[in-house]
Design a binder for this molecule. Structure first.
Ligand code: F6P
Length: 195
């Protein structure tokens, strides 16, 4: 069996401010997580010479990967967070107040709802296809450092969860989800490295 490790980036400044999307740097807590993650990965994948680290193209995942030594790092645009279009950079409160119809529409059908000039969960699921194909092809472990919506979709694929659940799956910050791909199926472990 070979592990696939899924994790969100360390807490970002936008996470602290409650803003969606954006491309901010890590908070202090986020930086602490990046070091704890590096420790974990270096131990867990010590003798795995062919392992690799995959990030999105956004700063917060690249910075989260940066303390990890010894493995090649690959950036995928397809691992970028769901793009909220005109709502990028807003808080949920601001969307609710300034664009109440959008807020309600998303609440009603979060899977299919597409942000104006942005993406839906279905869009994200579709653009992840090449990533999933490559993950399946790899025989060595992969650490995927990405974002909440994207990881919900990836996790659902491996854990075989129904489409309609995807937007609601819990993928907390500062937690590693380890998926073991074995001949008998898929096993899962979660490691919460900090609060
Ligand atoms: O708040 C962090 C974040 O990654 C945002 O950038 C993104 O829009 C959001 O989570 C996705 O989660 P949800 O689909 O629940 O709004």
């Amino acid at each position: 069996p070979r592990p696939i490790l899924l994790t969100r980036h360390g807490e970002s400044m936008d996470n602290v401010r409650g803003r969606i999307g954006g491309d901010t740097e890590l908070s202090e807590a986020g930086e602490v997580y990046s070091k704890k993650l590096a420790n974990f990965v270096e131990k867990r994948l010590k003798s795995e010479r062919a392992a690799s680290i995959w990030t999105s193209t956004l700063q917060r995942t690249i910075l989260t990967a940066s303390p990890i030594g010894g493995f090649p790092k690959i950036q995928w645009r397809a691992l970028d967070e769901i793009y909220a279009g005109v709502c990028d950079g807003m808080t949920y409160e601001e969307i609710k107040k300034n664009m109440p119809e959008e807020y309600e529409a998303r609440k009603k059908d979060k899977l299919r709802y597409r942000y104006p000039r942005g993406e839906s969960y279905l869009d994200v699921i579709q653009r992840l296809e090449p990533v999933i194909i490559e993950l399946e092809r790899q025989r060595a472990p992969v650490v995927v450092i990405s974002h909440q919506a994207v990881l919900r979709a990836l996790y659902a694929y491996f854990a075989d969860r129904p489409l309609k659940e995807i937007p609601h799956i819990e993928v907390p910050l500062h937690t590693i989800i380890e998926i073991q791909m074995g001949v008998t199926g898929v096993q899962e472990k979660r490691y919460k490295l900090m609060d």
